[in-house]
Ligand binder design. Structure first.
Ligand code: SF4
Length: 283
């Protein structure tokens, strides 16, 4: 932990469960028929009302996520308009978009309308990726991360550990993340679901702590190292160790398709551990 501040980020899953890709860790793929809530795009008014709750719970980052391989022009327009309206309402809120592969023109349009960061995770090593997804390539993902940087948006990229990868794959993923020098890196830990082809999570808490400390060491003291999906499964009762390993950000509220802790219980936990929520995002 770099200082006593923890960045709280909230996620809004604006369109859920209709993705045709085959990522084996993802309940939003239509291929696996997972028992999740599926819905089409929320209205901008709904997103703003939900953002209001997240901000009052302490979120300084707000991520607009949509399921799907990449940005369509319609989705780009919708995200741009939503970011524009959110910025009017909450000028200091750091707004992140997470909408799959994206070209420079789309990303530039998002930036011009209030998006500050783009999240696109590498997920796993380049070598292991074909075991996880066959409908798009790891190279496409890396290229989107490069596009993000080239238009001057902050890059938020990380991955998911515990999907059957080897220690070599973990090293390789970490090296790839570091090669992009992201401003923020979200680390997720696979959450099994009976509908998914991947059945087990193969990472323990000690190894997960090691992943956090390697990313922190590689990215330096100014980066945001976030523990996102799987935090409750891997670090429950070990949150102190998680922050001491180098994490300085968590997701509050619900994840994409899985419920998280109630924000109040995370806030109480931070207080108990001697940390305070950051009042602005520096990414
Ligand atoms: S592209 Fe995204 S939403 Fe679609 S299956 Fe893969 S991770 Fe899930």
């Amino acid at each position: 932990m770099i200082n006593d501040k923890v960045y709280l980020c909230a996620i809004n899953n604006i369109e859920s469960g209709s993705c045709n890709e085959d990522c084996k860790f993802c309940t939003q793929s239509v291929r696996y028929k997972a028992d999740i809530s599926r819905y089409s795009r929320k209205s901008i008014e709904t997103v703003i009302a939900e953002a209001k709750k997240a901000v009052s719970a302490g979120a300084v980052g707000y991520c607009l996520v949509s399921a799907g391989k990449g940005l369509s022009d319609t989705m780009t327009e919708y995200i741009a308009q939503t970011a524009f309206d959110l910025k009017k309402e909450f000028p200091s809120l750091h707004i992140i978009a997470c909408n799959g592969t994206a070209n420079k023109e789309q990303l530039k349009h998002l930036k011009d309308n209030g998006i500050s960061s783009y999240n696109h995770n590498l997920e796993t090593s380049r070598e292991y990726y074909p075991n996880i997804c066959t409908t798009h390539s790891w190279d496409d993902r890396y290229a989107t991360c490069e596009n993000v940087k080239s238009v001057g948006l902050a890059l938020c990229t990380g991955g998911i550990f515990g999907m059957g990868e080897t220690p070599y794959d973990r090293e390789s993923l970490i090296k790839s993340i570091l090669s992009l020098s992201p401003e923020a890196s979200p680390l997720n830990f696979f959450i099994p679901n009976p509908a998914l082809p991947l059945k087990k999570r193969n990472i323990d808490t000690i190894t997960a702590l090691d992943m956090i400390s390697r990313i922190r060491k590689g990215l330096g003291k100014n980066a945001i190292v976030m523990v996102a999906g799987g935090r409750e499964l891997i670090f429950e009762g070990k949150e102190k160790e998680m922050f001491e390993a180098g994490a300085n950000s968590i997701v509050i509220g619900n994840y994409l398709t899985v419920s998280g802790n109630a924000p109040q219980s995370d806030l109480s936990l931070l207080q108990k551990l001697g940390y305070a929520p950051a009042d602005i995002c520096d990414a």
